[in-house]
Design a protein around this ligand. Structure first.
Ligand SMILES: [Zn+2]
Ligand SMILES: [Zn+2]
Length: 273
């Protein structure tokens, strides 16, 4: 579970996220004015860690840049560092390849004495939330900016979001998000297998669509009791005798191939817009 942290603990968690970055580090903080401890944490990093500093662009009413001159000089002297100035930036978060910290705190000396609160997200434990933070950073914040940062280079070192498919007759979720059932259905046009087997009577009169793995006769029988745990006998994809249920209608092998195919179609669909 994501963990709530406050005040000094939050400060330490931010320092630790900086210090322990191994591949990349995003600092998203409208105002930046580093103290000695934070500088030490930066100095601790390996040369090839990519550091992206996202700060608030000065607006007309306030010509002051979000980064203090001294901190800018210091950060500029580090290898593999990139700056992105974002208009209206108010969010604060800190992400490396393992940890995301969402925080009320700017990375400034003066925040050391404030009341501050934040959430510590470990990728291993809360991968959905972690990847949502990365998505927001990338797709909502960075891609909309005029900046020189090499998005492709950064994408290459990003951890890949695992593909999680959950489906039943009425609903499909991919990576925690509900997918339109008709869109999902259309993915099956590109699956290798077109005809499916009924998981109860092994009839091949049905289309391959794991959300509906029964022939109409067996479905009306199943529908009398509507027991999702009821043991069926065959794999909907290959027809092999194996333990299945309405919600898990595929043998292990077919399940793997099916997820691979759906992931491929899902990616194609998402790259269209
Ligand atoms: Zn049947
Ligand atoms: Zn199978």
């Amino acid at each position: 579970m994501a963990e709530l942290i406050t005040d000094r603990d939050l400060r330490h968690a931010i320092e630790s996220a900086i210090k322990h970055a191994e591949k990349f580090l995003f600092i998203v903080s409208p105002y930046i004015d580093l103290d000695e401890d934070v500088k030490k944490a930066f100095n601790h990093l390996k040369v090839d860690v990519i550091k992206i500093i996202v700060y608030r662009q000065s607006d007309k009413s306030n010509y002051k840049s979000g980064i203090s001159d001294g901190s800018r000089e210091f950060l500029k002297s580090l290898p593999n560092v990139e700056f992105v100035a974002v208009k209206n930036l108010h969010a604060k978060f800190y992400i490396n390849e393992d940890i995301g910290l969402i925080s009320s705190m700017n990375l400034t000396k003066s925040s050391n004495h404030n009341y501050e609160i934040g959430v510590d997200i470990e990728r291993e434990v809360d991968d959905d939330m972690y990847f949502e933070c990365l998505d927001y950073l990338f797709n909502d914040m960075l891609l909309s900016q005029d900046s020189n940062i090499d998005i492709e280079r950064i994408k290459n070192i990003m951890p890949k979001r695992p593909f999680i498919l959950k489906y039943n007759a009425r609903q499909v979720h991919i990576n925690g998000e509900e997918v339109n059932i008709n869109v999902f259905k259309s993915f099956h046009d590109h699956c290798n297998v077109k005809h499916g087997f009924c998981i109860r009577c092994v009839s091949t009169e049905i289309a391959f669509y794991p959300n509906q793995p029964f022939c109409s006769k067996c479905f009306s029988e199943w529908n009398k009791f509507k027991n999702p745990e009821y043991d069926e006998k065959y794999c909907h994809r290959c027809g092999m005798e194996t333990n299945t249920t309405i919600n898990e209608p595929l043998c292990d092998n077919c399940d793997e191939v099916y997820e691979f195919e759906i992931e491929r179609e899902w990616k194609k669909f998402n790259s269209k817009d």
